[in-house]
Design a protein around this ligand. Structure first.
Ligand SMILES: Cc1cc2nc3c(=O)[nH]c(=O)nc-3n(C[C@H](O)[C@H](O)[C@H](O)COP(=O)(O)O)c2cc1C
Length: 395
């Protein structure tokens, strides 16, 4: 089966074409990389993935959404190296997301009491953490962020990662810049798409300068934000073309905006009740109870649910594309590769059963039993970290 043949991505040869996509692990309390995080990725590597993606590597303290996220700084290199060694030891390659929350954060210990994004407004997410206001980044803030991405990428490479994934989707900072709904700037970083792309493209350049020519840079980007005023597929095509021209090695295609349309990203059952149960802060709990049902609504799940949009990107670019979203069965994987995507990425089915790919490879199983209940989303911020509530995996 083609999915289990090697895949060359820039200077890296992967043992197969299946990527464990980033699923926030919740296993770095106060940013400390734990043995549990290392075991989590080792487990997925043992289960047969080609590339395991570590979620949310913050490029600076201000880039974090929560306090419990990895900070890509010099001090993290020794523990991150243990993590990449463990993944390599089990035969897979390692990637890490380079991320910035922009105006959308509730992490404490920030450099200012405001949060900064493309445009000003209310940070409803950080209201109770003492960061209720978003202000626009000025040009020197932007220059610093461009440098931070470069430094973070260099740290990742030093710690043994084989690839980095720049997060430009899901409503985080670069998604906020790309989306016409959240980028209301009137300078050369806002307005027409060429301007909204300016910061993402500067960041690609900064990361490339830091990691060198042969090192794979993946970008996770939105096919659609999933709401009326947001980014749509017509602009997502132009973004893909611009990223291809900028020398990005592969696009991981996704969609949705965590603060507005999280279920567009996941599909399936709303995890709201589990999130309310897991929330420790009583005021956040109350807010979720009162307002959560507006954004966390059940949304019908379909296998390969981003296929139609992703095929439009396939027609518009030559670069390697990673199909993501609703891949559940061997047939789903085959279909995505037959559609012309070079690789597939999977999240929830591998949380449900980290050995699934070996089972697929050896013909032991052909269908994932993941039910798209999304309770894994509800429990990711609990002491046990992200896991499948049905199977208790990964163990
Ligand atoms: C528990 C959980 C946590 C996630 N955390 C992240 C994350 O940190 N970064 C990210 O880009 N996507 C994150 N996602 C989204 C997944 O990467 C992926 O886009 C989504 O689960 C759809 O793929 P699937 O149908 O294979 O699960 C998360 C998904 C889940 C289920």
């Amino acid at each position: 089966m083609k999915a289990f043949e090697t895949w060359k991505l820039a200077g890296l040869t992967l043992r197969n074409r299946i990527i464990k996509t980033a699923t926030f692990e919740g296993l770095c309390k106060n940013g400390v990389i734990s043995d549990e995080l290392i075991n989590f990725h080792k487990r997925h590597a043992e289960g047969g993935v080609g590339l395991s993606t570590v979620a949310y590597g913050a490029v600076s303290p201000d880039a974090r959404t929560f306090n419990d996220q990895i900070l890509l700084e010099e001090d993290s290199v020794p523990t991150l190296t243990k993590l990449t060694d463990a993944i390599h030891g089990a035969g897979a390659a390692a990637s890490i997301q380079l991320a910035h929350a922009g105006g959308f954060t509730r992490a404490s210990g920030r450099s200012t009491w405001v949060t900064k994004g493309p445009s000003g407004g209310v940070n409803s997410y950080g209201m109770l953490s003492g960061y209720p206001v978003m202000v626009p980044l000025n040009h020197s803030d932007i220059d610093k962020i461009v440098d931070d991405y470069g430094s973070a990428a260099a740290i990742a490479k030093k710690a043994g990662f084989d690839a980095v994934e720049i997060h430009m989707g899901h409503g985080y900072m670069l998604s906020q810049f790309l989306s016409p709904a959240t980028n209301k700037r009137t300078d050369d970083y806002g307005g027409i798409l060429d301007n909204r792309l300016r910061l993402p493209l500067r960041i690609v350049k900064s990361v490339r300068n830091a990691v060198g020519d042969d090192f794979p840079i993946l970008v996770k980007t939105n096919l659609s934000d999933g709401f009326r005023a947001g980014l749509k597929i017509d602009e997502a095509i132009l973004i893909a073309q611009a990223l291809e021209k900028a020398g990005v090695n592969a696009l991981v295609m996704s969609g949705g905006f965590v603060s507005k349309t999280p279920m567009y990203l996941f599909r399936g059952d709303s995890p709201l009740q589990e999130m309310i149960k897991a929330e420790k802060n009583p005021i956040h709990k109350l807010m979720l109870k009162v307002g959560g049902s507006k954004i966390f609504k059940d949304m019908p799940f379909e296998e390969n649910y981003f296929r139609d949009h992703a095929l439009k990107i396939r027609k518009a670019v030559q670069m390697p594309l990673v199909y993501l979203g609703g891949v559940r069965t061997v047939d789903n994987i085959k279909k995505a590769l037959n559609d012309g995507f070079e690789a597939v990425a999977m999240g929830r089915p591998l949380l449900h059963d980290p050995d699934l790919l070996n089972k697929y490879k050896n013909g032991i199983e052909t269908i994932s039993a993941c039910t798209n209940c999304n309770l894994c989303v509800g429990v990711m911020d609990t002491p046990q970290g992200v896991h499948c509530v049905i199977t208790g995996q990964p163990k």
